[in-house]
Ligand binder design. Structure first.
Ligand code: SF4
Length: 225
C-alpha cells in the first residue's frame, strides 16, 4: 500500500469523535475539493506491505483504526483485504471515503463514513448514487457545508434519499478554510457555525452538527493529528 502517514490522535469527526484512534492515511486522491485539508497526501508517501502497516498499528496501540486518505479506495485491491485482517484481529475499523468510489466490496463490519460532496466543494455530482444501497445501520454520511447553497443541497439530498433511516449518523459540518492556521477557533470556518446550527434548528434537521475537533485541540495546519 502507498502510505502518507500512520499516527495516533483523537478522532475528530463522526459519532466516534473524541476517542483515541489510529489513522492510516493512504496516498492519492482523484478529487480536488476546494477546502481539502490533506492535499499533502495527493502525492509521495512510501510503499509499505500489509505486514508493515499492521505492525505499526500494533506498536501505536489501541483498538480503533481509521483508514483515510486521500481516497483509500483508490487502493481497493490491497485495502479491502487489509480491513478484513484488522476486523479479524478484533479492531473496530472506520473507513473515511469521498463517496465517489464504489463501496460494494467494503466488508460489512467496517463503519463507512461517506462524504456527499456539496456544490461549493468544487466536486458536485461526484457521489456514486449506487453507493446508497451499500449504506447500512452502522454507517455515517457527512456533508461538509460552506454556504447556504450547500446547506440546501444537503437538506434536500438527505430528505430525498431518506438518509436518516439508512444510516446510523448523519453529519452536517461547517467547512474549514484550507489555509487555516494559528488560532484554534471558529474564525477559520468558511461558514459561521452559528448560522448552520440555526438553519438546522429552524428546519428540524435530524442530523448531528459536527466540528472537526482536532482543529480546536491542535493548530489547524498541523499534520499527523
Ligand atoms: S476527497 Fe478528501 S482527500 Fe480528496 S480532495 Fe476531497 S477532501 Fe481532499
Amino acid at each position: 500500500m502507498q502510505i502518507t502517514e500512520i499516527f495516533k490522535s483523537i478522532q475528530g469527526e463522526s459519532s466516534y469523535a473524541g476517542l483515541p484512534c489510529i489513522f492510516v492515511r493512504l496516498t492519492g486522491c482523484n478529487l480536488r475539493c476546494t477546502w481539502c485539508d490533506s492535499e499533502y497526501s495527493f502525492y509521495g508517501g512510501r510503499k509499505m506491505s500489509p505486514d508493515e502497516v499492521f505492525t505499526e498499528i500494533e506498536r501505536l496501540g489501541g483498538k480503533l483504526v481509521e483508514i483515510t486518505g486521500g481516497e483509500p479506495l483508490l487502493q481497493e485491491r490491497e485495502v479491502v483485504p487489509f480491513m478484513q485482517r484488522l476486523l479479524q484481529a478484533g479492531y473496530r475499523v472506520l473507513l473515511e471515503t469521498s463517496g465517489e468510489r464504489s463501496l460494494a466490496k467494503v466488508p460489512s463490519d467496517v463503519v463507512k463514513i461517506v462524504d456527499v460532496k456539496c456544490p461549493d466543494s468544487g466536486e458536485p455530482d461526484s457521489f456514486r448514487m449506487e453507493n446508497l444501497e451499500s449504506l447500512g445501520p452502522r454507517d455515517e454520511v457527512k456533508f461538509v457545508i460552506s454556504s447556504r447553497a450547500d446547506y440546501e443541497f444537503a437538506r434536500k439530498f438527505s430528505q430525498t434519499h431518506q438518509l436518516e433511516q439508512r444510516v446510523h449518523n448523519l453529519l452536517f459540518s461547517p467547512a474549514f478554510r484550507q489555509d487555516a492556521s494559528g488560532g484554534r477557533d471558529t474564525s477559520h470556518c468558511l461558514l459561521d457555525p452559528r448560522e448552520l446550527a440555526e438553519w438546522m434548528l429552524a428546519d428540524n434537521i435530524p442530523a448531528r452538527f459536527g466540528f472537526q475537533i482536532h482543529k480546536f485541540i491542535w493548530d489547524p495546519a498541523m499534520k499527523g493529528v
